[in-house]
Design a protein around this ligand. Structure first.
Ligand code: FBP
Length: 559
């Protein structure tokens, strides 16, 4: 019986590339500091909440000829939130840096996400354990979870666990919500003179943890390439059989970075961008009209097939539904402890909700099919987010486009057939073998996270920049977490959170879609990216995403 696939065996041997500044070794680094920083918004409130960690400078590392060994240290690491390809390499990079700095140092992995540090569930990493996971996808090395770290009791428990293990540093690998956890924990540890540092690492396939300092979160590269491969395959199938419209919902939670990147890699007929829908104040009806119009135009050309990409978070961006969801969230937060609501039958629940919403929101809620109503009432995640992955927008749109086309047929405005298939791609890409880019980037982020600790920093996000250049030219350093924060309403209350980056409609990536959309709708300009290549020519193994390429090129021209 085989225990490993041939690719697994070869990937375990891959040696990730490090930036030149880190490649000289963890004991040969110097750090330079920029000027004082401030929060992206709501500076006063953020400064008040993060008195001890606010305003620190951005830092950058350079290789030096000195050799400064490190005292023995125990570090803990947490994988937090949704899986993203490369997480194992962050841990491998962290482990290698820690052991290089002092072979007696220990790395502990907290199990099942942030709850592991609270409950004291952990393992100690060994060479054998790390070597079995190098360059592999998934978070199964220690598991992940979405527990929000915010209460005094959770912090006290975490402190006890760290003290028992002699841990003086915690690395949290996560997205915006998880790094908000990291910022809260870092602040609490300093305020209470614990001597424990906290460093975050930017993870999420959604690609929305980025800003002037962070070019992209890890996992976006591999996940989008995986979805683009699948979409390319479906495009070929559609173009061969010429009988189906495929409506594909793509993960990415709120922002449409994933959908936009996949669109640029494959050139499908329809790509909906949530941010554009919001900006243009498009109603659900207008979205349906636009899609039906493309279907009808293609049908008139004899093409009863095509592919439409639908962002996972679309529903939250349609203005009338967005406003309704915001009020629905507040209403649900109040009803959380209401026994009459909790024990009511489904239809009675809908009525209670309608009674609590204003007339406009109640009308929008009522207009939605039961399936979507049910999905909107599902529990929020621990950070207060609607679980958009469970809302079947792709099915809703197929139903509504079908109805619209039936009306158009009666009026003689649609002459073809509309037979649709629905898909949801999300989980398929989150645990793929990391691309070479993600393998290198993640290893560097983990290695760099320990460098930040070695220099005594806390409340920082590990940052590796200049990512469109070869890995040797990447720039390693750190960004204060408070620099990325603002206040947002969660569970009915304003809380400090890391600001999500949405698709910029005046940015270079969206512009490519905008300029080509009409052509891609009617002419079949499909591109078939194929699967991620791990071995072979650099032209196929080391390509970055279009998003990173276009955004970094635009930054260069702006300089
Ligand atoms: P993170 O923000 O934690 O990285 O999660 C990303 C994501 O994959 C979203 O795209 C998606 O909406 C969500 O996780 C799904 O969550 P779950 O894994 O809990 O179903």
């Amino acid at each position: 019986m085989k225990e490993l696939s041939s690719l697994q065996i070869e990937r375990l041997k891959y040696q990730p590339k490090l930036p030149a500044s880190l490649a000289g070794g963890i004991n040969s680094l110097t750090m330079s500091e920029g000027s004082k920083t401030q929060a992206v918004k709501d500076c006063e409130q953020i400064e008040e909440l993060f008195k001890n960690t606010y305003g620190k400078p951005v830092v950058t590392f350079k290789s030096s000829s000195s050799k400064e060994a490190c005292e023995k240290r125990n570090i803990g690491v947490i994988l937090s939130g949704g899986q993203a390809p490369g997480g194992h390499n962050v841990i491998a990079g962290l482990y290698d840096a820690l052991k290089q700095s002092n072979p007696e140092s220990k790395l502990y992995g907290f199990l099942g996400g942030p709850s592991g540090i609270i409950d004291g569930d952990y393992i100690e990493f060994t060479d054998e354990k790390i070597d079995a996971y190098r360059n592999t996808g998934g978070f199964d090395i220690i598991g992940s979870g979405r527990t929000k770290l915010e209460t005094e009791e959770q912090f006290q428990k975490s402190l006890k666990v760290c003290q028992n293990l002699g841990i003086t540093g915690v690395v949290i690998i996560g997205g915006d919500d998880s790094n908000t956890n990291a910022a809260m924990l870092a602040e609490w540890f300093v305020k209470n003179n614990t001597g424990i540092q906290v460093i975050g690492c930017p993870k999420t396939i959604d690609g929305d943890l980025k800003n002037d300092q962070i070019e992209i979160s890890f996992g976006f590269d591999t996940a989008t390439k995986t979805y683009a491969e699948l979409i390319g395959n479906i495009l070929r199938d559609a173009n061969s059989a010429k009988k189906y419209w495929h409506f594909v919902k793509l993960m990415g939670r709120s922002a449409t970075h994933v959908g936009l990147e996949v669109a640029l890699q494959t050139q499908p007929n329809i790509t909906l961008i949530s941010e554009e829908v919001e900006e243009k104040k498009m109603s659900l009806r207008q979205i349906v009209d636009y899609m039906a119009d493309v279907v009808a135009k293609r049908a008139a050309m004899g093409k009863n097939f095509g592919i439409a990409l639908i962002p996972e978070g679309l529903i939250e961006f349609i203005p009338e539904i967005k406003s309704m969801i915001a009020n629905l969230n507040d209403t649900l937060a109040v009803l959380e402890n209401d026994e009459a609501y909790k024990t009511a039958e489904e239809n009675a629940k809908f009525e209670i909700i309608k009674g609590k919403l204003n007339a406009e929101d109640a009308a929008v809620f009522s207009s939605l099919p039961t399936m979507i109503k049910q999905q909107l009432l599902m529990d929020r995640d621990p950070h207060g987010n609607v679980q958009v992955s469970k809302i079947e927008t792709e099915k809703l749109l197929i139903e509504m486009v079908s109805e619209k086309l039936a009306e158009m047929k009666k009026a003689g405005a649609f002459v073809g057939k509309f037979s649709a298939q629905c898909h949801f791609f999300g989980y398929e890409g989150r645990c793929a073998f990391p691309s070479n880019f993600d393998a290198d980037y993640c290893y560097s982020l983990g290695y760099n996270a320990f460098a930040l600790m070695k220099f005594g920093l806390t409340g920082y996000l590990s940052s590796v920049k200049n990512l469109s250049a070869p890995a040797s030219e990447w720039v390693a350093g750190g960004v204060p977490l408070t620099m990325m924060m603002n206040m947002e309403k969660r569970h009915g209350q304003f809380k400090p959170v890391i600001k999500k980056a949405l698709v910029e409609l005046d940015g270079p990536v969206f512009k490519v879609l905008e300029e080509n959309r009409e052509k891609w709708a009617l002419e079949d300009k499909y591109i078939f990216p194929g699967s991620i290549q791990y071995f072979g020519p650099s032209s196929v193994c080391d390509i970055t995403t279009e998003t990173l390429r276009l955004e970094n090129a635009a930054k260069l021209t702006a300089v």
